[in-house]
Design a protein around this ligand. Structure first.
Ligand code: FE2
Ligand code: FE2
Length: 191
């Protein structure tokens, strides 16, 4: 089965709550615009955007159950904030249920919550577009959008920094993968 963008847009519309669906379309629009600017395949960007939050069709409790049964838990910190596992579940579903074989798309979906060291352009694009799509409205979001439009890697670094700051302020665990992502991007930007 080869699934089209229309198929995944409909799947998102049917399975996600309305606000989550609107967010998903926002990520699609913004990721596609940035993909054009940076010469990234727009179809891959749109597909990853449309599916990145697909696992949110399941309750948090169900996500934890699925992640355990599919062996998707890799860090002890994963369950301290179980919100972080929905990217891995969505990537697993895409590969196993919808026959998506493109590893870059699967990685972009999988890593949109925590990042990883050595992210591809598509992975950076989805990670950043998720945080800065048009319906996001928090202090500093315009600055992040500007940075992203100026330079994808520097913009992504700013997004990771913003996320870490937010976790510190709200007294939450910073997942080790996010710290590794931050260090990796910082080094890469400086070189
Ligand atoms: Fe997400
Ligand atoms: Fe999202």
């Amino acid at each position: 089965m080869v699934c089209s963008l229309g198929f995944f847009r409909a799947l998102a519309a049917q399975n996600l709550e309305f606000e989550r669906f609107q967010h998903t379309i926002g990520v699609e629009v913004w990721a596609t615009e940035l993909a054009k600017k940076y010469g990234i395949n727009t179809e891959k960007a749109a597909l990853a955007a449309l599916t990145h939050d697909l696992a949110k069709m399941h309750s948090q409790q169900e996500q934890v159950r699925l992640a355990k049964s599919w062996n998707l838990l890799t860090y002890p910190e994963d369950l301290e904030n179980p919100q972080v596992i929905h990217g891995r579940i969505a990537a697993y579903l895409l590969e196993q249920k919808y026959n998506i074989t493109d590893q870059d798309i699967l990685n972009a979906v999988k890593n949109h919550t925590l990042g990883r060291p050595g992210m591809s352009s598509l992975e950076m694009l989805i990670y950043s577009a998720d945080l800065t799509e048009p319906s996001r409205n928090f202090p500093g979001v315009d600055k992040l959008r500007e940075k992203l439009y100026h330079d994808l890697k520097e913009g992504t670094l700013a997004c990771v920094e913003h996320t870490i700051d937010y976790l510190v302020v709200t007294n939450r665990t910073i997942h080790p993968l996010t710290l590794l992502t931050y260090e990796d991007l910082k080094k890469s930007v400086q070189n």
